[in-house]
Each structure stands twice: as structure tokens, then as C-alpha cells.
Design a protein around this ligand. Structure first.
Ligand code: EAX
Length: 323
């Protein structure tokens, strides 16, 4: 009888919903009002509410922990538990993420949700583990569009020689080289460099041009949509695996909920951001000659990172799923 009672008590303790006192430091490079921050704030709200305050999330934003690369390094070391990081800089740690950012891959948001929330997305998240990251979900940066201060860009020939800031990512650098630009990798933020003219242009989703007031220093916007840009919600793998099962499930569910919420935020505000950018004086080419861009990027399939064993097949599967 006593033994049975003890077993019951032990079972109850083990089944308790979440470990008390889990504190999570979560880093994003962007400032409040940005896509990453919208996702991070939703994640915090869900985690703290559902755990009854047992699990708390402190958001470190506006590059207070350094660049995205530096946040990733701190997550690997375990001094920071989590981050919401653009896939671009993750490629130095996990080359496979470049498959998601392959130019002109996704045609619409329906494909994005189907693929990233399905087995192919799960496969990319799984591939983060050898680098020491637990990938929990994909949140959305958005389709990237080109801005610059020099001239309207309609065909790829107009890109020639422009100094374009790119993320610290091999794929993005190679992409802009293939398009004829002079790509310069730099960590976020980049307003000062645009203002001073160290670089002529940059490429990012519409919310970025609005939230970071890039319209003040960039005259021309072309809706190139050349890359669908995702962020990953990542955690330190060993730390995550050491949490009670219920806490792991809570974090996974909260990351997925934050992703749904934030993708919807981005999509429902896109038209408004575009209208505001026009009103602020940007000259917008809404229908650039994308075929001229596509013609230059087909060869990127031959880049080293896509030829690695296991990655070439993955790229083929993503291409097939987004036809
Ligand atoms: O999310 O570095 C970048 O271009 C990112 O897209 C930026 O942090 C906005």
C-alpha cells in the first residue's frame, strides 16, 4: 500500500506541467515593431501565460547581444538560450538553410505554409541539430525586395555595378554577384551606411523599409521578391533536451503559435507598408522584369553548399514542392 502511494506521488511529481523557474534569454537583432519582435513578444506571452509564470522569457532586442551571428554563437555556448534569427546568417552554421532561401523558390504564401510547416520544413529544422541548435519553427521575415538610391531598377541590367548590402550569408552574396551587383556583406542594422552612401542599396521585406525609415535614404524600390526570407526560432539543443518534456512541448507549441500569429501580421500589413512607402516618396516599380532576374540565378544550384551530400536532394524536393 505504502509502496503504491509512493509510486503514485512520484508519478505525479514527474508529470507536473513545467519545471519551476526556467528563465529564457531570447535574442533578436531588430527593434520593437519588427517582424522578429512581433514573433518574440507573442512567444513570450504564450509561454508565460500557459506556464503560469513558471517559465519566463526576457527579450534582448536591437542588437543588444550583438549581430545575428553573435547571438547564434552565444546560443551555441549556452549563455543565451534562444533566438529568432534570419536564415541568412544561419548558413555559416547550417548550410542547408539556404535551400529555403533559394531565389524565386516560393511562388506564394500558401506554398510557404505548406512546405515550411510540413515534412520538408521539419527536415531543415532537424538539420540544425549537429550545429547545437534545436529549431522550433519558422517565423516570417517576408519576400525580399530591392531598394537603392541610384536609379530605378526594372531589368537585371539596371542592377549592374550597384553596391548592395547583403546579409552575412554565402548564398546572398553569390546571388547578388550573379545578378551583376557588387555585394557587400554587413550585419544589421545598416541605416548609417545607406545614409553615408557606403552602399547604394539593400534588399529586405517591405516592413523593414518602413520600420527602419529606409525611405529617407533610398529613392527606388523594385518589387523583386527574389527570396522568401524566413527566420528560425532556435534554442540551445542540450539545454532544450534537458528540460522536462512538458516544458519542451510548451516551447514548441508556443513557437508554432507565434509563427502563425506573426506570419499573419506580416501578410496583413504588407499592402499598408507599400502604400506608406509610396506616400513617403519612394518611386516604386511594382512589376520589374523578373524573367531577366531568373535567367541569371539558375546556375546557383551548382554552388558548393547545394552540392553537399544530402543537400542536393533536399533542394530538388523543395523545387518539386514549389513548382
Ligand atoms: O529582418 O539583416 C537583414 O537583412 C534582415 O533581413 C534584417 O535583420 C531584418
Amino acid at each position: 500500500m505504502r509502496k503504491a502511494l509512493l509510486a503514485l506521488l512520484t508519478a505525479l511529481v514527474l508529470a507536473s506541467p513545467a519545471a519551476a523557474g526556467v528563465k529564457i534569454k531570447l535574442g533578436v537583432v531588430t527593434k520593437p515593431g519588427s517582424a522578429q519582435n512581433v514573433a518574440a513578444e507573442k512567444f513570450k506571452e504564450v509561454v508565460e501565460t500557459r506556464s503560469g509564470g513558471d517559465v519566463t522569457v526576457k527579450i534582448y532586442h536591437s542588437a543588444s547581444l550583438g549581430s545575428e551571428t553573435e547571438i547564434l554563437q552565444q546560443i551555441q555556448m549556452g549563455s543565451v538560450q534562444m533566438g529568432i534569427i534570419t536564415l541568412g546568417p544561419i548558413d555559416a552554421f547550417v548550410p542547408e538553410v539556404d535551400v529555403v532561401a533559394f531565389p524565386f523558390l516560393f511562388k506564394n504564401y500558401e506554398q510557404v505554409d505548406r512546405v515550411l510547416d510540413g515534412p520538408l520544413g521539419a527536415e531543415i529544422l532537424k538539420r540544425m541539430e549537429p550545429a547545437g541548435f534545436k529549431g522550433l519553427a519558422f517565423t516570417e521575415n517576408g519576400f525580399r525586395h530591392l531598394t537603392n538610391r541610384v536609379r530605378p531598377v526594372h531589368t537585371v541590367d539596371d542592377v549592374k555595378g550597384l553596391k548592395i548590402r547583403v546579409m552575412e550569408s554565402t548564398l546572398h552574396k553569390e546571388l547578388w554577384r550573379a545578378l551583376g551587383a557588387n555585394p557587400t556583406p554587413m550585419a544589421w542594422p545598416i541605416y548609417t551606411e545607406l545614409e553615408q552612401g557606403t552602399i547604394d542599396g539593400q534588399e529586405n521585406p517591405l516592413w523593414v523599409a518602413w520600420t527602419y525609415k529606409l525611405f529617407e535614404v533610398q529613392k527606388y524600390l523594385s518589387l523583386t521578391g527574389h527570396v522568401y526570407s524566413a527566420h528560425a526560432v532556435v534554442a540551445n539543443l542540450d539545454w532544450f533536451n534537458g528540460l522536462p518534456r512538458a516544458t519542451q512541448d510548451l516551447l514548441t507549441e508556443a513557437a508554432r503559435e507565434a509563427a502563425r500569429y506573426e506570419r499573419n501580421w506580416n501578410r496583413s500589413n504588407e499592402a499598408d507598408f507599400l502604400a506608406k512607402l509610396k506616400k513617403a516618396g519612394m518611386v516604386v516599380d511594382e512589376h520589374p522584369d523578373l524573367d531577366s532576374f531568373r535567367a541569371k540565378v539558375a546556375g546557383l544550384k551548382d554552388l558548393d553548399m547545394f552540392r553537399r551530400p544530402g543537400t542536393a536532394e533536399l533542394l530538388e524536393k523543395f523545387l518539386a514542392a514549389t513548382r
